[in-house]
Design a protein around this ligand. Structure first.
Ligand code: FAD
Length: 467
């Protein structure tokens, strides 16, 4: 592998773009191959031109948070004064009530029905002291993990219905990994500490501030791609990778429809199951998908929440977002917009249904949430993301390892990023993984095991951001 070698980077999401950035800086010839018409992957932003002007929608609102000061400096220098410092406020909606997110005892005391409070108190006094919290996230289910920390009452009310709606499977079939990586509170005692903090025993804080570009999260990746192209990187948009050409154990070319692109080295950020299928490796990995239903609104504000978690199983969406809460430039003056995140499986009825068929259901749900739907401009559209969440079924970790080990037998292939390593990670980690993949080529060191396990510690990034 020399600097005159061609490195194909598959996928121009955050991870692929950062890999291309590092390689280009080090003088390698890079071809970046992307199936979509825009860069940014799941972190891209779409523009909708409506009757009253332009509205911008992320694929589910994103915010930039990180523990890596160097990466933050890089994003700041890339974006200049386009980068805002935004503040989040989020809520949980359940049974017609609104709760603070993350859960806090004083708020629960104020808002929760007596039956829920009595149940949670009973769990705190009679269940949790006699139960050791489940520790092994590789063998425990989501339900076991949460019940052993929060008690049965909070599990059943706040976690069970929401989780089943989000994943489409029972929380007893879902790995505890999801809880360990996502739930920002340690346990019910942590919730209680928010009311009565004790000396020297501070509860974990939560990232309320975050960086957000004026015109949507995807601007970070548009800027990065513009710079890469200016610096000579070949960016092939609308080129879907459809297969790989092998010679013995070595990857010789990448197929994109009818063209064959010869390669010396490949860094792939494509979904792990997709790469396995190209190479005829059997697997049992899959994804949970999302459909975003986006609506311009002829009013300035819907609520002061950046997003609301919709816990009621009867409501189709899992989150309601108002992009203008991230940046006022996301909607024309005097207007706002709504985005509903609707979980589904690729090609199921929810995924495929026309907008017109989905609309009445969406309007009914919005009214139930107290939104004045008469303020809708009458415009709406959907966008879809097939690979939103790697399905974290119990036992998925072993399957993921088995498949990656087979791909790692190809010496000139590095799998990286959220999709490439089949991980639930944030954008900053995907960017770092792209950098790591590039550096392993630059430094001629096989770091694929390190990439596979990168940042896999059981901490919640949202509690430790420097952004
Ligand atoms: C609803 C939601 C909300 C999120 N919120 C946040 C947030 O607030 N903050 C945060 O930091 N992160 C957030 N994330 C996570 C963030 O989106 C990901 O971590 C990040 O996009 C991962 O980057 P990646 O490059 O690894 O993968 P991706 O962004 O998925 O990029 C992969 C790229 O590969 C391309 N591709 C796929 N198949 C092919 C093919 N056959 N040929 C060519 N190209 C192909 C895709 O089009 C895509 O561009 C969120 C994710 C979701 C789903």
């Amino acid at each position: 592998m020399t600097k005159s070698s061609t490195v194909a980077v598959l996928g121009a999401g955050p991870s692929g773009l950062m890999a291309a950035w590092e390689l280009n800086k080090a003088g390698f010839r890079v071809i970046l191959i992307e199936s979509s018409s825009q860069v940014g992957g799941m972190a891209a932003t779409q523009t909708y031109t409506g009757k009253h002007g332009s509205y911008r929608f992320d694929y589910g609102g994103h915010r930039f948070i990180t523990r890596n000061q160097e990466l933050l400096n890089f994003v700041e220098s890339l974006m200049g004064d386009e980068l805002l410092l935004s503040f989040r406020k989020s809520a949980i909606r359940l049974d017609g009530r609104t709760y603070q997110y993350p859960l806090a005892i004083n708020d629960l005391l104020k808002n929760a029905p007596l039956s829920l409070l009595a149940g949670a108190t009973r769990d705190l006094l009679c269940q949790l002291p006699f139960q050791t919290p489940t520790q092994d996230r590789n063998t425990a289910s989501f339900a076991e993990w949460i019940e052993s920390r929060f008690g049965t009452t909070l599990y059943q009310n706040f976690f069970a219905g929401y989780t089943e709606k989000l994943w489409g499977i029972s929380p007893r079939e879902l790995s505890a990994d999801w809880a360990a990586q996502r739930i920002s509170l340690l346990d019910l005692k942590d919730v209680a500490q928010r009311l009565i903090p004790r000396k020297g025993d501070t509860p974990r804080t939560y990232a309320r501030k975050y960086r957000y570009p004026k015109l949507g999260f995807g601007r970070i990746f548009d800027r990065l791609a513009e710079k890469l192209v200016d610096d000579g990187v070949e960016l092939l948009l609308n080129h879907s990778v459809t297969g790989l050409k092998m010679e013995g154990k070595t990857l010789k070319a990448v197929h994109s429809d009818n063209i064959e692109i010869p390669v010396d080295q490949v860094i792939s950020t494509l979904p792990l199951p997709m790469m396995a299928e190209f190479l005829e490796i059997p697997h049992q990995l899959g994804y949970r998908s999302l459909r975003f239903f986006n609506m311009p609104m002829a009013t300035e504000n819907i609520s002061d929440n950046t997003w609301q978690y919709l816990s009621d199983p009867g409501i189709l969406a899992t989150r309601l977002q108002e992009p203008r809460r991230r940046s006022p430039y996301m909607a024309p003056e005097g207007h706002t917009s709504l985005m509903l995140e609707i979980p589904c499986f690729e090609d199921d009825e929810t995924w495929s249904m026309t907008n017109e068929k989905l609309l009445p259901r969406v309007l009914t749900d919005l009214r139930a949430l107290g939104v004045d739907t008469d303020k809708s401009t009458g415009e709406y559209f959907s966008c879809h993301t097939a690979h939103a969440y790697p399905m974290m079924r119990m036992g998925y970790q072993q399957e993921r390892r088995r498949v990656i080990q087979q791909l790692n037998s190809i010496p000139n292939l590095i799998m990286t990023g959220r999709q490439g390593t089949f991980r639930y990670i944030f954008t900053d980690t995907a960017m770092e993984m792209g950098q790591l993949a590039a550096r392993s080529l630059i430094e001629k060191q096989d770091r694929r095991e390190e990439i596979f396990d990168f940042c896999n510690e059981p901490t919640v990034i949202e509690t430790q951001s420097v952004a």
